[in-house]
Design a protein around this ligand. Sequence first.
Ligand code: GAP
Length: 449
Amino acid sequence: MAEVTIEKVAALCRRRAFVFPSSDIYGGLGSAYDYGHYGVLLRQNIKNEWLRALTQEREDVVALDSAIILNPQVWAASGHIGGFSDPMVDCRTCKLRFRADDLEHASCGRRPSKHPGETPDCDLTEAREFNLMFETFVGPLRDTQSVAYLRPETAQGIFVNFKNVVSSMRVKPPFGIAQIGKSFRNEITPGNFIFRLREFEQMEMEFFVPPSEAQQWHAYWIDERLRWFTSLGLRESNLRIREHGPDELSHYSSATSDIEYLYPIGWLELEGVANRGDYDLRQHAEHSGTALEWVGHDERYVPHVIEPAVGVDRSMLAFLCDAYHEEEVAGRPRTVLRLHPRIAPVKAAVLPLIGKDTAMVEHARALYEDLRRVMTAEYDDSAAIGKRYRRQDEIGTPWGLTIDEQTLQDGTVTLRDRDTLEQERIPVAGARDLLLERLQQPWSPAPHE
Ligand code: GAP
């Protein structure tokens, strides 16, 4: 099987309107990307699946959408103003900037086969702490009083709403608050396509539990989140759990396990599942003067927090890498995205075999109108049928429905399966229900892959 590389995935993403370099016509902006039509649909499906798994399939998690720019005191209380920094070094020779704690993954500007500091010419400065938060100003004046920050994580918007949620929703620990939204970090070394960005989207859930149950819920959410990824088609062999060592833990965490994915560039963090203890609620209670605790009939305590936190962009990259396949079919190369049908941007393509045949076009349009009421579907009558199939394969459409001469005679249509390439004839009248049923069925990648 051909090797999957980030470059190949990025090229397909650009060619097929998943991901474009941002501000492209101005030469781009380092590590910023825009999402095209299929990228938007894929991301929306990933986010919908996440929210559905938490707020629809369970009854102990509620949703929230907090502001991006919060009162700056939030970030003083959370520890981000004081501690959300990476050590940075500059090289006086090649003028590049590196993360001092990650030199083994960086390349020297003059001799890329070496790490910074490894050649006699390298002249690195002392490491200095660099705060990753983006600053802005609220209101017309630009002074120290008006400084505000773009949130570097969505989590704090959840903690500062703890009291609002507890008093307005029927919740009782253990319960969770889930939020999806943009976060911003002035990363020193962004890169690897959409793996590390300065503007990215997170899906975070803070699960509030009685302190004595924290460890058990931590283990539970690691398993649960792993199961979510495999249920959406990521191969188990490409996923692993890695526990953080004491020197790696974030300032708020008492234990963190990463769910790592085997990206083409190696095993890297896909999701973090942290035990944040009572750090955040206590910090915000102290700084705001508002009690943030659970008060039951005969109990009162500050809940501990278990936090599964994952990036939408990083999930998207993992789903794309896992799904990307190059193969030969009948002597011709084929690139196909074997995405789980539930996250595939388009579920069905309706194709009249001969695009100029009025009767075929009429039947195809009718079927397309029927399908698109309940799922994302595309109608395509351009180019030769093989070319149209290849396009759909590259955007990961699981089912193709081809209207041909026989359709006009007996009301059946060819259903082509993206993965097996098998074709079956089904009645046009039953196509919509059949596909809806298939969408609900479990799907997993072929075992040999
Ligand atoms: N609230 C906890 C928190 O933010 P994190 O490990 O820093 O924890 C959680 O971030 C997830 O957000 C990561 O596992 C990753 O998927 C995603 N993420 C973090 N920084 C990112 C970046 N610069 N670009 C893309 N995704 C990022």
